[in-house]
Every structure is written in C-alpha cells, then in structure tokens.
Design a protein around this ligand. Structure first.
Ligand code: SAJ
Length: 410
C-alpha cells in the first residue's frame, strides 16, 4: 500500500521521509520542480536539521521518490499550504487543487488524510468536493467502497521537526471512526507518542487553538512591554518575577509574531466565529501592532540626527534559522528603509548570504557584518535573539542608543 504525500514543503517532506524510513513506500508529489528534483537527488530544498539524512537514506533505498503528477495509490496525505486572503479568510485553493488531482484515481477503499492546518469545516469541505465530482462514492459510511477521510494536523516545531514527529502526541479527527482508526495506524508506524481520536472539526480546532493560545499569551507579553515602557520599568524583569508564581507562565515579548503558523491560524478561528472570537482577534491586532511600535522607538532614539545609521540585527522570524516568512524583523527593516530615506540601514543576518528579495532593491539597506554594523550605527535595534547577538561583546555597545526588543542584552 503506497502512500502519496502531496506537497513537499516544511511538513509534507519530513512526513514523507519519516514514513519512508519506517518501511512505507512513499511517492512525494509537488508542483514545484525544484522540490521534486531535490528530493529525487536525496536533497532538501530548505533548512531543517536531520531531514536530509532521512531523505537521502529513503531515496537511496528506493522507498521515497518524487514527481509532479498525483499517482493512483491507496493512501493520500495532503500537506499543502493554507494561506489567508487580504480579508483574513482561509484560502483553500491549494487543498482544492490537491483534492481534484486525487479524485480521478478514487474507486473506494482509499484513505485520504488532510494534514494542512485548516479552518473548521475544511475536512468536510474536502469530502463534499469528492462526492460532488464522484456521486457514486461515499465518505460517511464504513463500507468496502467508502473513501475514508480524516484530518491529522501536524504540531511540530520548525527546527525540531524530525524529533517532534516521533515524540509529539497527535490528534486524529475522522469523518468516520474507521477513517480515524486507519489514519492512526499509519501514524503509529513512526510516532511513539499517544494518538487521540476525535471528529474532524474538533481536530481542526485543536490545532488552531494551540497556536491561538500561544498568540494570546505572546500578545499579553507584548502589551506588558508597552505598559512597562510607559511606567519606566524593565518588562523582562517584570515577567521573570511574575513567573516565579507557581501558576503564572507568561511568554516573552518581542518585535511582533512571525512565521506562517501563529500569525495566521488564529484568523481561521476569527473568521469562523467573528462575533465570538473577541480576545483572539484583539491578541492578533496587539501582536500585529508591535512592529509599528518598535519603529517608533527607533525613530525616537535617532532624534533628528542627519544621515543617521541604524543597525537592524536579525531578519528571520525567530532565532537561529533562515526562515523569513511573515517575519516582523524583516518587515521592520523594510519599513525603516522606506520611512527614513536619508538613513542607512545596516541589516545583520548571520543565517543568510544575501538580502532577501523584499529588501534587495532598496538602495539604503545593506547586509553588513555584525561588528561593522554596530560600530557604524547611531541606533542598534535588536530584532531577533540569534546566538551571535547573545554572544556579542557588550562593550561594543558603549555610547550607542539601543532598542533591544528581546531583552537579550539586559
Ligand atoms: N514568540 C515570541 N515570544 C515567545 C515565543 C514566540 O515573540 O515567547 C514569537 C517568535 O519570535 C516567532 C513566533 O512567536 O516570531 C512564533 O514562534 P514559535 O517558536 O512560538 O512557533 P512556530 O511558529 O515556529 O511553531 C508553532 C508551534 N506551535 C506551538 O508552539 C503551539 C508548533 O508546535 C506548530 O507545529 C507550528 O506553530 C505550526 O506549524 O503550526
């Protein structure tokens, strides 16, 4: 029984590789030829520790291959992106396209798993799409000719994916009990933790709830940072002390929330229940307002210096990675360059060799080595707590105005 994994990105490729290295024959499917060619060469087109070892091993054993066309197999896992539109609605077009590519191959008896993070109702939507195209099939009965449909959201942390795929508990939501049981049996081939069964909508909401919990908690920390500034106290000390309470566990403030998960998923809950999701919406707005606040602090620190120089430390969305998706550090740096046309913005990002496309065409931004940027800067803005910044010789900061959004140099 071969498994087709549709979407060879940050989640699909690790899932394909771990299944294949646990004895499952896997065909990876991707519309992007760069991903297909990389996988067939045993390589990984992005940074994720340990992943390449799994991919290379599985490809050389003939257990994993990649192609552009969706094949006819017994089990499908859909792991394509679910971005949101301008109006904060979930964009299901990638899921629809993947489903449409599967539909002609179905004859009953298959298992279709939606792994992409999805708004409530997406799994039922997928099933309805199958039935609309193929009314002779069923998805809601436990029979020989039934197509079993389940939602199994991933919950792995970028940077630790290969470990967390094995050790994290999982939630599986089936449109039927049998669909959930079959999906559980597949994930049990590599996952050593508990796998809990529920219905599809609860599974969808569980994933969104986890990321919203984190977003709300970070918003609380970000709001505290602005309050502390107004009161003239150190927010990092404040949180450290409050967290000494046995039932308090506040997260850390920063320049905003980035990545493609925590800054996105809460909107799926808001758009599903706009009247009710008041706290979740407000938290999103609090976190989205934080980059603007940081920009105002940098401008304040510059005063009316002529031809000012700003060192912007970090572009990634979190420490020690090269991922810049939805990164507040990247957006702050771009916006500083736009709003301060006479300033030189010295961007420091130890994890990349060139400025990303979004910054590359601005004449007043230059990718600069750390010590040179600090030496030349009037204001140093610490946007990401990369290990190189934590290790900085603090005496280099003497006489500089510092906006330390992460509390790294307290
Ligand atoms: N952040 C803070 N303060 C904190 C913690 C995080 O400002 O105290 C910021 C980070 O700097 C970053 C953003 O939040 O900009 C998100 O980073 P993260 O490390 O919290 O999470 P992600 O986006 O890398 O991964 C999350 C994880 N979800 C949870 O921890 C609940 C991961 O388990 C999910 O699998 C992943 O989202 C996903 O794919 O949904």
């Amino acid at each position: 029984n071969t498994v087709a994994v549709i979407g060879l990105g940050y989640i699909g490729l690790p899932t394909a590789a771990i299944l294949a290295s646990h004895g499952q024959k896997v065909i990876g499917v991707d519309v992007n030829p760069v991903h297909v060619d990389a996988v067939n060469a045993g390589q990984v087109p992005f940074v994720e520790p340990e992943l390449e070892t799994h991919v290379a091993g599985a490809v050389s054993l003939g257990m994993l291959s990649a192609q552009a066309e969706t094949p006819k197999v017994g089990t499908y896992i859909i792991a394509v992106p679910t971005p949101f539109t301008e109006g904060h609605q979930a964009d299901l077009s990638y899921i629809d396209a993947a489903t449409d590519a599967i539909i002609p191959h179905l004859e009953g008896g298959e298992l279709v798993i939606l792994e992409s993070t999805s708004p409530p109702g997406a799994t039922e939507h997928l099933a309805a799409r199958i039935i609309a195209a193929r009314p002779e099939l069923t998805v809601d009965q436990e029979s020989e000719t039934n197509v079993d449909v389940a939602h199994c959201p991933e919950r792995v942390l970028p940077g630790q994916v290969m470990v967390e795929l094995v050790t994290n508990d999982r939630i599986v939501g089936g449109l039927t009990r049998r669909a959930a049981e079959r999906a559980k049996a597949l994930y049990q081939t590599f996952c050593t933790a508990d796998i809990f069964l529920t219905d599809a909508t609860t599974a969808e909401m569980a994933k969104l709830t986890e990321n919203s919990f984190r977003d709300v908690n970070i918003a609380f920390a970000n709001e505290l940072s602005v309050i502390a500034e107004r009161l003239g106290i150190d927010v990092f000390e404040l949180i450290e002390l409050a967290n000494k309470h046995p039932r308090v566990n506040i997260l850390q403030p920063g320049p905003g929330v980035g990545g493609h998960c925590i800054a996105v998923d809460p909107w799926f809950i808001v758009s599903a229940a706009p009247e009710e999701a008041r706290l979740i919406r407000t938290a999103r707005n609090v976190n989205d307002d934080k980059p603007g606040y940081v920009i105002s602090k940098v401008k304040e620190a510059l005063g009316d210096a002529e031809a000012p120089v700003v060192a912007a430390l970090g572009l990634a969305f979190k420490p020690d990675i090269d991922d810049m998706r939805e990164s507040p550090a990247l957006n702050i740096t771009a916006q500083l360059a736009d709003e301060l046309p006479d300033a030189s913005i010295l961007a420091v990002e130890p994890n990349v060799e060139a400025l990303p496309g979004k910054l590359a065409n601005r004449r007043n931004i230059a990718l600069t080595p750390l010590e040179e940027a600090i030496e030349r800067a009037d204001v140093v803005a610490l946007l990401v707590d990369h290990r190189e910044f934590k290790a900085l010789d603090r005496s280099l900061l003497d006489g500089k105005a510092v906006v330390d959004t992460r509390g790294t140099w307290r």
